[in-house]
Design a protein around this ligand. Structure first.
Ligand code: 13P
Ligand code: SF4
Length: 324
């Protein structure tokens, strides 16, 4: 077995392009402890693409976009799942693993989209639009999912909407995602007014400035960005789709109009690509740290629980999505 410093030195080799040497000693001790704790507790760490590289590349077992995390959560073989991401992701993992312990290292890791809508809002929408199916973005609470017909993520929203075989759907809570999908499908979409606080800040003027400052740059935008931003971009897709685009197209210069850490994580794999990095941080994603992942495993906190009646309905909406 490798000793502590050999183990962390190998990990540092992987991330040295995005973590300065002066920062590494502050991470190495927690990484080492987390690797041991995972074995002791038979635990796995699921990390979203917006987690910082020392989490994403050094302690996570499963990484990806919201869809991949939900899919892979179904086949996790462990007693404990630590969700390095935000609360709705931990709830989704719990819905799909009711018998396992699911931990979120910081209960304050929320989401402006999840906060923009309640279960009561959906009941009112159903009164206003009877018989129109409700497609709910996974960035919502379990209580909101429980009131929905089916969930979607940015990676499968168009396919989910079209799978229903109806002329009109309600798609919530992200207004911009709904508008961006509406531009790609004949299905009429009734939107809600929620926004992602990270993506709503990008503007078309930002993209024009980036193209002027960095000639030849390829611009990729997440579909939570406003439609006029997506229209100015070269490609739009979920975080996984953006990462795949870089891997397959290998643009010489690229900018990802999304959360900051995403560029760091993709850059680790693609030394030949120059990443231009306008930085919009998600304060919720950034609540997760190596230190609180370590504490989560040491102290078994914070355990994610969902009211069984809500969980039953919410699980159905997630499972219907995964079946599409
Ligand atoms: P995806 O990883 O599914 O593209 O979601 C982006 C996001 O904002 C998650 O919070
Ligand atoms: Fe929510 Fe946006 Fe943060 Fe994702 S990036 S967790 S959508 S606020």
């Amino acid at each position: 077995m490798l000793n502590t410093s050999a183990r962390t030195a190998m990990l540092y080799d992987r991330v040295r392009r995005v973590i300065p040497p002066i920062e590494w000693p502050a991470f190495a001790d927690d990484i080492d402890a987390i690797l041991d704790l995972k074995q002791q507790r038979n635990a796995v760490i699921l990390a979203h693409n917006y987690q910082t590289p020392e989490i994403f590349h050094c302690v996570a077992d499963i990484v990806g976009d919201s869809l991949a995390l939900a899919r892979k959560a179904m086949s996790v073989d462990a007693d404990v799942i630590v969700l390095a991401g935000v609360h709705f992701m931990a709830e989704t993992a719990k819905l799909l693993n009711p018998q396992k312990t699911v931990l979120i290292p910081d209960l304050g890791a929320g989401c402006s989209l999840a906060d923009s809508i309640t279960a009561e809002d959906i009941r009112l929408l159903r009164q206003r639009y009877p018989r129109v199916p409700v497609v709910t973005y996974v960035n919502t609470s379990a209580a909101v999912k429980a009131e929905s017909d089916i969930c979607c993520t940015s990676g499968n929203a168009k396919a989910v909407v079209e799978s229903l075989g109806v002329p009109r759907v309600i798609m919530l809570p992200d207004e911009y995602l709904a508008q961006n999908i509406a531009a790609q499908t004949a299905v009429e979409i009734i939107a809600w007014k929620g926004h992602c606080e990270v993506h709503e800040r990008f503007t078309p003027a930002d993209i024009r400035q980036l193209r002027e400052d960095h000639p030849g740059v390829t611009v990729l935008a997440h579909p939570e960005c406003p439609p006029e931003v997506v229209a100015e971009a070269d490609f739009s897709g979920s975080t996984a789709a953006m990462s795949d685009y870089v891997g397959q197209q290998k643009p010489s210069r690229v900018v990802l109009m999304t959360e900051c850490s995403m560029s760091d994580n993709v850059a680790v794999e693609h030394a030949e690509v120059e990443f231009i990095r306008p930085c919009n941080l998600c304060p919720h994603m950034k609540r997760i740290t190596l230190a609180n992942i370590r504490t989560a495993l040491e102290q078994n906190r914070h355990v994610v629980t969902i009211d069984p009646e809500i969980a039953g309905h919410a699980r159905l909406a997630v499972e219907r999505m995964l079946a599409v």
